[in-house]
Design a protein around this ligand. Structure first.
Ligand SMILES: [Zn+2]
Length: 407
């Protein structure tokens, strides 16, 4: 099987994850896929192949040099997004894309058009794998898996390329934020690794948000409105006051790049009690801490005005920016950079406005930046992947292996 055949086979497995089941893997289809991959890795003659009860599949491509070379790993996730069905994925290859609209589904008139997705035009002349408009594609992250497996096969077929021990890891449930939780970093046994889970060619990510969640509960006092003067305390109005005290433009819809925000994600309430929920995000750790302090400060202000105990705050950190774990080992970024340039890919470093499995792995002791897997429009029916993007990602993996051994 070649890279494309492998990818097309992988997307035939329904591996949609589901955050409600509270199981690992969250859905049985992921284990079915893991078993399939395990047998494929066995047939390729890889070593130390393990699939644990949580669906984490690890394997080793042994070194082909006697030189001391650091053990490195490549990681991709097996699940697809809960946002859209990944069942009966029916991919189609649009050869030598000419820049026009691509009709994904005639009967429902679903069209992948450069008018909405101008990035399509960056791939004129390439071969695009698209959906039939009814499901997502699953390039996130089966492109990553296909690239890693194909890179391993390439290295096996090219013994003249010297490399150290390479570990590969495929995990479940990345899309529900659980991919790193049960990842056994010790057992994986790498000095560092790369997740192949980014989008467009060249993407290289080692900075993500610091993240916290805040819930503020406002207590009121309900009294018949006809007799409420100086007695009623309306918690909804206090909650509203609190919301307007936060800076109006530090929200997701007004920020980009390295700008952080407070994001109001929920509000519920009646006169007696109201609850507002926020997520707090910032790449800069100091600014992140300041944002949390600001929330505390405003809660105190509300209590000063309306009485102690009116507002109570529950604040918890969710994850941190991996940059602080990558900075001491910047050579792993330099290597990825050099590998991309060596295969004709222009590296594009950008901060992730979210989290990644790699961030959690970095804090578990496995520094783990993220490299492009090549797909675009993730998590929906307009998802597509240029075959040339996947080929480039595969070459980057091979080149990284080569560069690490040449140092
Ligand atoms: Zn992904």
């Amino acid at each position: 099987m070649n890279l494309v055949e492998r990818f097309l086979k992988y997307v035939s497995f329904d591996t949609q994850s589901d955050e409600l089941t509270r199981l690992t893997p969250s859905t049985p289809g992921q284990m079915v896929f893991a078993e399939y991959l395990k047998s494929e890795l066995e047939s390729l003659g890889l070593e130390d192949i393990t699939l644990d009860e949580n669906g984490y599949l690890f394997a080793t491509l042994p070194a082909n040099t006697d030189k001391e070379v650091p053990v490195i790993g490549f990681i991709a996730h097996m699940d697809t997004s809960p946002d859209m069905s990944g069942k009966n994925v029916t991919p189609r290859i649009v050869e030598k894309y000419d820049g026009s609209d691509i009709v994904l589904c005639t009967e429902e008139n679903i069209v992948l058009s450069p008018a909405q997705f101008p990035e399509l035009l960056d791939h004129k002349g390439e071969d695009l794998i698209v959906t039939n408009g009814k499901t997502l594609l699953g390039a996130d992250d089966k492109a990553g898996i296909a690239e890693i497996v194909s890179a391993v096969v390439y290295l096996q077929e090219h013994p003249e390329i010297k490399h150290g021990k390479i570990r590969i890891g495929f995990n479940p449930d990345e899309e529900i934020g659980e991919g790193a939780h049960k990842f056994d970093v010790q057992k994986f046994g790498c000095e560092w690794a790369y997740t192949m889970d980014g989008g467009e060619v060249g993407e290289l990510e080692f900075e993500n948000f610091n993240a916290a969640a805040a819930k503020i509960i406002f207590k009121g006092r309900n009294v018949h409105p006809g007799y409420a003067k100086h007695k009623m305390i309306n918690s909804i109005r206090i909650a509203n006051q609190f919301i307007t005290m936060l800076p109006r433009h530090e929200t997701p819809e007004h920020t980009s790049g390295y700008e952080g925000f407070y994001h109001l994600i929920g509000i519920q309430g009646d006169v007696e009690q109201s609850t507002v929920s926020y997520i707090i995000r910032d790449h800069d750790r100091n600014k992140f801490e300041d944002r949390k302090k600001e929330i505390e400060h405003l809660v105190n202000k509300i209590n000063a005005e309306f009485g102690k105990g009116t507002a109570t705050l529950e604040l918890r950190d969710q994850y941190y920016n991996m940059r602080e774990k990558i900075e001491p080992v910047m050579h792993i970024i330099d290597t990825a950079f050099a590998a991309m340039e060596a295969v004709g890919v222009k590296p594009n470093v950008k901060p992730i406005r979210g989290g990644t499995d790699g961030a959690q792995l970095s804090f578990k002791g496995l520094p783990c930046p993220n490299i492009f897997a090549g797909g675009l429009n993730f998590h929906g029916r307009y998802e597509f992947v240029p075959i040339q993007n996947m080929e480039k990602a595969m070459k980057v993996i091979v080149k990284i292996a080569e560069l690490v051994a040449s140092k």
